[in-house]
Design a protein around this ligand. Structure first.
Ligand code: PLP
Length: 359
């Protein structure tokens, strides 16, 4: 039986990537020893890290004035590292709060400095993204932070918020490289790799050159972006294997036709499930139309008991990890870049069958 993995993260990886990683695991091409055993100062490893960086730059069209960093500590470490580095002395920042991770980012940033909520959809249980009119942005803020895709609630910003000349900072952990991106609109982007980019253990950070001068010298070395820029992501021992897997995923994305092609496929996959939700009274989508995530489709059934039964029966059909996050319940189908269209079709067939039997 084919297993379709709908996990939210760590999530499905492209089969050819897993295959190649397996082949290279015992003996890295050209070295005869495992990548897991190799020094991060060795030439093959340094070449591998540089190649991953170069491929990311080409795939996403990242301008030369942006540094590409591979850091540790997950996206969650960026919740505090961003304000530590980008808040100026006596400065303030605006946060847009659209879900669980956006809220965690806010909580940590507020421990560092003067950080305000400039937009929130908490009052409707994060079923939408604020409209531009609803944002209460401070033109003197050091930066505006938003979360591009809300992994738990299943909403996604249809476009970046308009923030004028204030640097835009984004947590794109669950939708990075799912569509073309104009990086020049951003000051800083971060994303944990384990959703759309690869294996856990590495966080991709893109940071614009001019913002680096803000980092105070009093910061511990590991928490200062300048350290990692100067050290080319190898100031200390980097997560070599996770960077390698990320590099394979980037190559796979390029091979599949790049970000335009990904956008078309992701649009198509999500639409198949949303059409089924819209055609049914039995299933109820959480996100409002227009703000629906193409990556995480969240929905409810008439009762929590039916949701439990749905997830359990789906598992026996090979549709695994459909249970929603513990904080919202319901069902969540995560269908990142690597998730195949066949799996989406299988889910919709199962939904129809389940409704027929239990509706
Ligand atoms: C999963 C997730 C995080 C947390 O990532 P870690 O790498 O586990 O710290 C942060 N933000 C978003 C949007 C996420 O989906």
């Amino acid at each position: 039986m084919t297993i379709y993995n709908f996990a939210a993260g760590p999530a499905i990886l492209p089969a050819p990537v897993l295959q190649e990683a397996q082949e290279d695991l015992v003996s890295y091409p050209g070295s005869g020893i495992s990548l897991l055993e190799m020094s991060h100062r060795s030439k093959p490893v340094q070449d591998m890290i540089q190649a991953a960086e170069d491929e990311i730059r080409v795939l996403a069209g990242i301008p030369d004035n942006y540094h590409i960093l591979f850091l540790q500590g997950g996206a969650s470490s960026q919740f505090s590292m961003v304000p530590m580095n980008l808040l100026t002395s006596g400065g303030k920042a605006d946060h847009l709060v659209t879900g669980n991770f956006a809220n965690l980012a806010l909580i940590d940033a507020q421990k560092i400095g003067d950080v305000r909520v400039a937009g929130s959809t908490e009052s409707t249980n994060y079923d939408r993204i604020p409209t531009q009119d609803e944002l209460n942005l401070d033109p003197d803020a050091d930066y505006v932070h938003f979360t591009g895709n809300n992994t738990i609630y299943g909403t996604e910003w249809p476009a970046e918020p308009e923030v004028g000349n204030v640097p835009l900072v984004a947590d794109l952990s669950s939708n990075i490289f799912s569509k073309p991106i104009d990086v020049s609109k951003y000051g800083l982007i971060y994303a944990g790799a384990q959703k759309n980019l690869g294996a856990a253990g590495v966080t991709l950070v893109l940071v614009r050159d001019d913002l680096l001068s803000r980092s105070p010298d009093t910061l511990p070395s590991m928490l200062n972006y300048n350290t990692h820029c100067k050290g080319h992501s190898a100031y200390n021992t980097p997560p070599v294997f996770s960077i390698y897997v990320l590099g394979l995923v980037i190559k796979w994305l390029a091979h599949k036709g790049g970000l335009d092609q990904m956008a078309a496929q992701n649009e198509e996959k999500a639409e198949v499930i949303y059409n089924q939700l819209d055609a049914s009274e039995f299933y109820r989508g959480h996100a409002i139309k227009g703000n629906r995530s193409r990556m995480n489709v969240t929905f409810n059934l008439p009762t929590p008991e039916l949701e439990t039964q749905f997830a359990a029966e789906a598992t026996t059909e090979g549709l695994v990890e459909l249970k929603g996050h513990r904080s919202v319940g319901g069902i969540r189908a995560s269908i990142y870049n690597a998730f195949p269209k066949d799996g989406v079709d299988a889910l919709v067939s199962f939904m129809k069958e389940f409704e027929r039997a239990n509706g």
